[in-house]
Design a protein around this ligand. Structure first.
Ligand code: SF4
Length: 290
């Protein structure tokens, strides 16, 4: 298996075979993200991707139950590229139960309903999508490339095709200035998208990113730890998905929590209140990761 540059995957794909089908992110403008800044986006040649699948089959065949297709927004590939990849995965890994990838709202909204249904039939069953916020002013400030309504439309398309969504929201994305709007609108977007999974991450300002430059000019202020906990509490208290698995287990977070929303809302809010009252130990700064 050949990999180009650093590879990123969601925490829940820790045991998956990572298949790098695209290099970088086709959008690559989000102001806080430096994951693929050094990469020029391209789709890898199909024969190279299929050669990787074959090599992974020879090395791990029976052991592979999940495949995560990287890099940043692999859904951007067209159906003609996806189809042989998904067929090869199915043929090569006999115990395969899931293929997933990162996606943007733009990727989902650019695919026809028929294309999304076909991808689902071929085995693409889960997409990770990071609106990060629900607040249209914050969407613009972080240069997400899509807003509230685009994400609702994207979620409706995924649902119609039977593709599950794992959504990612970013504590701190609104800065101190818009923390309340950011948190309340994120809860509204979770309700409207109604995903199967909701993850919260905490923004870390990475040197040399546009948001770091904005911060240096005084145009952005990262909330305090207490501020991010307040955002977390607001989102959990207000979001009304039908039945979503909720996690803050990403290494960037100060308070790792898990449960189901809305079922475990009171327990999770109580845990956040305990942390705000200083009764629960937080992840120390040195142990946080991006
Ligand atoms: S869409 Fe994702 S990978 Fe691409 S720039 Fe934004 S956060 Fe980074």
């Amino acid at each position: 298996m050949r990999y180009e540059g650093a590879i990123y995957r969601p925490p829940s794909e820790a045991r998956s075979y990572i298949l790098q089908a695209t290099i970088g992110c086709s959008w690559n403008h989000c102001t806080y993200c430096d994951m693929y800044r050094a990469k020029t986006f391209r789709v890898r040649a199909l024969d190279q991707i299929l050669a990787d699948v074959k090599a992974a089959g020879a090395a791990y065949g029976e052991d592979v139950r999940k495949v995560f297709v990287a890099d940043g927004d692999a859904l951007v590939m067209d159906l003609a590229q996806w189809q042989p990849i998904l067929e090869a995965c199915r043929e090569t890994f006999p115990r395969l139960v899931r293929v997933s990838a990162y996606a943007t709202a733009m990727n989902l909204n650019a695919k026809s309903e028929g294309e999304l249904r076909r991808l689902r039939e071929l085995g693409l069953t889960l997409l990770y999508i990071g609106p990060e916020t629900g607040d249209d002013a914050t969407f613009k400030r972080i240069a997400k490339g899509a807003g509230f309504d685009d994400h609702v439309a994207a979620a409706e398309r995924a649902r119609a095709a039977g593709i599950a969504l794992s959504t990612i929201f970013l504590l701190g994305a609104g800065g101190t200035e818009r923390w309340r709007e950011h948190a309340e609108a994120s809860a509204r977007l979770i309700t409207a998208m109604d995903p199967q999974f909701v993850s919260l991450l905490t923004l870390t300002v990475i040197p040399d990113t546009p948001i770091a430059k904005l911060e240096a000019r005084g145009g952005f202020e990262l909330p305090t730890i207490e501020g991010t906990l307040r955002e977390l509490r607001t989102i959990v208290a207000l979001a009304e998905p039908t039945a979503a698995i909720f996690r803050t287990n990403h290494a960037s977070n100060y308070l790792p929590l898990s449960g189901r929303l809305p079922r475990d809302r009171e327990r999770i809010v109580a845990a956040v209140d305990g942390a705000l009252a200083g009764e629960v130990a937080l992840r120390p700064e040195w142990a946080r990761g991006l």
